[in-house]
Structures are given as structure tokens and as C-alpha cells.
Design a binder for this molecule. Structure first.
Ligand SMILES: Nc1ncnc2c1ncn2[C@@H]1O[C@H](COP(=O)(O)OP(=O)(O)O)[C@@H](O)[C@H]1O
Ligand SMILES: [Mg+2]
Length: 314
């Protein structure tokens, strides 16, 4: 009997690995609409609660082509970080042909994406509401813009913030690798209950090679004054490098492109123009990922070099 149980558990864990995140978004109908509104100048969002009480949102951009790009980029980015437990964020999928009529879409002809809702509030919102006395939380509210006007990507200021929370090196690694230059306070949520950060809105991914600018920035900082890195900075950078490495290992470029194609196949394509637009986007993603992966390899190499060569200053 005991042996039978043992077999059962071995088979159970082999076939149902509990550590993997679920993929695909399942909604239990009927749902209730919680709110419908423009959420920025360029998006219209319907917030819903399904039969089981789970919250989702349906997002459309205010232009047809941006809706396609936005949903493809966000869905692909969420697929990439699903491969790593340390990175939390919304799950995104395309609202496919069969489900479109189930939602009162603002722009009937535009594509739409469906997203899970992340807990907490945006860092920007929390910062506004924060009680002045709460120093510990306040230290977490970072100026997290990865695409500042002068320098983008991994600046010295961002490096100094990394050690403030264990999630941050992982989040920054992901945003760098997918070139999400919109990764900033309003698109990062923080949940006080679980003490975790969550990513939303990755629709500007695959646009800027943030790994290359990180590499250039790191080289410049090293040449100027390598003693500006503390022991803690090096530890955070090493974590960031490990996550870059792991993300690339778990997401070979061919897999990424297969996912991108699977996502693209869910679009309700009506004409040749849409088809050509999607093909252009896929081509752009492919060339972006090749460049980003080769820049990320340089970043990892440089960080490992720094970790062994730089005398550590506490
Ligand atoms: N997954 C999510 N969980 C919780 N709130 C969200 C989520 N996605 C979007 N929101 C809310 O909707 C707003 C707009 O969504 P976002 O995807 O950032 O659109 P935009 O591309 O217009 O910036 C966000 O600032 C946030 O308040
Ligand atoms: Mg946003």
C-alpha cells in the first residue's frame, strides 16, 4: 500500500510539476463589468470580475496598429517571464476571435488583449499616498525609470536602488532583456501584503536595446571610478547577471519566435495590411532579440569580471 502511494506521488510530481506557472488565461463566464474607461491617452480598459471572483482586464489601444503591437509585445513578454519564479507580473493573452463578441469592446475592429490583475498599487500611486513617517516603505519607492532622457537602462542610480528589495535585480534584468523602456513607477506595482513587486504594461517591449546601453554605462562608470560600487552593489549586479543568464537559457530565441508566432496566430486578421503589419512586428522582434541577447552576454561577462576584479568596499 505504502509503495503504491509512493508511486502515485512520484508520478504526480513528474507529470504535474507544481513549480511551473500556469500559462493561458481562463475566464469563467458569466463575468461582471467593474469599470470601463480610458486609462491613459492611448488605452481603453474594461475591468471585469469572472464567475469565480477573479479579476481581469481587457485592454485596447486607441489605434488599430498600436493595439496589435501592444498585445503582441505584452503577451510575449509575459510568456518570457513566466519561465522564472522570481519575476512576477500580469499574464497577458490575445482576446481571440471566438471571445471578442463576449466583451463590449470600445473599438469594435481593433485587436484586444486580456490581462490578469496584479495585487497592490502602482509605485507611483503608493508614493503619492504614502504616509511621510513610513521610512522603510518610502525607501522602496524608487525613481525607477529605465529610459531617462539622458541615460537609459542600467544607470548608476538604478544600480544603487537594486539592493533595496530582493525582487528588483530580477525585474530590471527582465526589462533590460526585453527592452521594455516603459518600465517605470506607474507600470510597476507593489503589494504590501506579499511584499512583492509586479510588472504590468509591457507593450513597449522589444523597442530599445537596454542591455547594450547598460553595457556602455557600466564600462563608462568603471573607467571613471570603479570604487563607486559597494559590496552590496556587486551582489545585486551578480543577481541581475544570473537572471539575465537564466532568462536566456530558458528562452532560446527559436522558442521566443515560436511563442510570438503562436500569439500572432490568435489575432483576428481581416486584411493583407494587418497581415503585413504582424509580419513586420515579428521580424522586428526577431532582430531585436538577437541583438539584445548578444548585448546581455556582454553585460554578464562584464559583471562577472567586476565581481572578481574589483576590490570590495563595504
Ligand atoms: N494587470 C494589471 N493589474 C492592475 N492594474 C492594471 C493592470 N494593467 C493595467 N492596470 C491599470 O490600468 C492602467 C493603464 O494600464 P496600462 O497597461 O499601463 O496602459 P497604458 O499602456 O495606457 O499605459 C495602469 O496604470 C493601472 O492602473
Ligand atoms: Mg502604463
Amino acid at each position: 500500500m505504502n509503495r503504491r502511494y509512493a508511486y502515485f506521488f512520484v508520478i504526480f510530481f513528474l507529470f504535474f510539476p507544481f513549480y511551473e506557472k500556469a500559462s493561458g488565461i481562463e475566464i469563467h463566464y458569466p463575468y461582471k463589468i467593474i469599470a470601463m474607461r480610458p486609462c491613459s491617452r492611448s488605452s481603453y480598459i474594461i475591468f471585469i470580475k469572472d464567475k469565480r471572483g477573479k479579476l481581469f482586464l481587457v485592454k485596447q489601444k486607441t489605434s488599430h496598429f498600436r493595439s496589435i503591437a501592444s498585445s503582441l509585445h505584452s503577451a510575449l513578454t509575459s510568456k518570457i517571464y513566466e519561465s522564472i519564479m522570481e519575476i512576477r507580473g500580469q499574464q497577458v493573452d490575445i482576446l481571440n476571435k471566438n471571445d471578442r463578441h463576449k466583451f463590449p469592446l470600445k473599438y469594435k475592429k481593433f485587436q484586444a488583449s486580456i490581462h490578469t490583475i496584479v495585487p497592490g498599487e502602482s509605485v507611483r500611486q503608493l508614493f503619492k499616498n504614502l504616509n511621510k513617517g513610513n521610512i522603510k516603505l518610502k525607501r522602496l519607492f524608487l525613481n525607477f525609470n529605465l529610459a531617462q532622457k539622458k541615460e537609459s537602462g542600467l544607470t548608476l542610480a538604478i544600480i544603487k536602488l537594486l539592493r533595496r528589495h530582493a525582487d528588483l535585480p530580477h525585474l530590471v534584468a527582465l526589462s533590460m532583456l526585453v527592452g521594455d523602456y516603459d518600465c517605470e513607477n506607474k507600470n510597476i506595482f507593489y503589494d504590501q501584503k506579499s511584499n512583492h513587486f509586479f510588472l504590468i504594461d509591457m507593450d513597449r517591449s522589444f523597442s530599445q536595446n537596454l542591455c547594450e546601453s547598460a553595457y556602455e554605462n557600466l564600462k563608462k562608470i568603471m573607467a571613471k571610478n570603479h570604487r563607486c560600487f559597494s559590496h552590496f552593489d556587486i551582489v545585486s549586479l551578480k543577481k541581475l547577471a544570473q537572471t539575465l543568464d537564466l532568462l536566456m537559457e530558458k528562452n532560446p530565441i527559436t522558442d521566443i519566435m515560436n511563442h510570438a508566432r503562436t500569439i500572432a496566430n490568435k489575432f483576428d486578421i481581416k486584411n493583407q495590411e494587418d497581415f503585413m503589419h504582424i509580419e513586420r512586428l515579428l521580424k522586428k522582434i526577431n532582430s531585436f532579440v538577437h541583438k539584445s541577447y548578444s548585448s546581455a552576454a556582454k553585460v554578464i561577462h562584464l559583471i562577472n569580471y567586476m565581481a572578481t576584479k574589483i576590490p570590495r568596499i563595504m
